[in-house]
Design a binder for this molecule. Structure first.
Ligand code: GLN
Length: 192
């Protein structure tokens, strides 16, 4: 059982550290050859436009899409959420597997990045929003799992979770417990 962490660009090492905290084996994904034996996935924050560009001349994203559609637990944070979304305002749709509309950089520029108190599945924790995307809307098949004030900042649809913030920079116990459960059994993700 290995978690594949997309490692084209961005904050993939922070996710690796979360996986080390929960004793989960992982592999860094830079190429399609890294995808064998992967049965859960993490798409990190970073710059979605750069990630899309880096892999544009190979079939990494089409293979990733097949893997996600096969039903393996998949978590995308920030840029990772943008990669997952079906519709992207001010950006490009890439994997398009999560029935949401997101808007890139919707909270403002880098210096408007902030920490906020997020309710993630009933637990409140301070998390970072770094040039984060906003979740503008989602289909009925999508369930909110994280909110800040009354705004939805995290969703789940079947095996896919998208968060606009960075729990991997906080690594609080609730997040790590949730991650551990999610990786083992994506469908039971809501039972913390
Ligand atoms: N603004 C970035 C993008 O558009 C996302 C920022 C992040 O992942 N922290 O991809």
């Amino acid at each position: 059982m290995k978690t594949g962490v997309l490692a084209l660009q961005g904050s993939f090492y922070d996710h690796v550290q979360s996986l080390e905290f929960i004793d989960q084996d992982y592999v860094l994904i830079k190429d399609t050859s890294d995808l064998s034996h992967v049965n859960s996935l993490i798409l990190p924050g970073g710059e979605s436009t750069s990630m899309i560009k880096i892999q544009e001349n190979n079939d990494l994203f089409s293979e990733l899409k097949k893997l996600i559609e096969s039903g393996i637990p998949t978590l995308g944070t920030c840029a990772g959420l943008i990669l997952l979304a079906k519709d992207v305002i001010d950006g490009e749709t890439s994997l398009g597997v999560l029935n949401t509309v997101v808007e890139r950089n919707a909270y403002g520029r880098q210096n408007q990045s902030f920490e906020g108190l997020v309710n993630l599945l009933g637990n409140k924790e301070m998390y970072c929003f770094i040039r984060a995307p906003k979740i503008l809307s989602y289909e009925d098949s999508v369930t909110p799992i994280a909110t800040i004030d009354n705004e939805v900042v995290g969703v789940i649809e079947n095996n896919i979770v998208g968060l606009s913030f960075h729990p991997e920079l906080t690594n609080d116990k609730n997040y790590l417990d949730w991650l551990s459960n999610f990786i083992k059994d994506g469908v039971n993700v809501r039972s913390l």
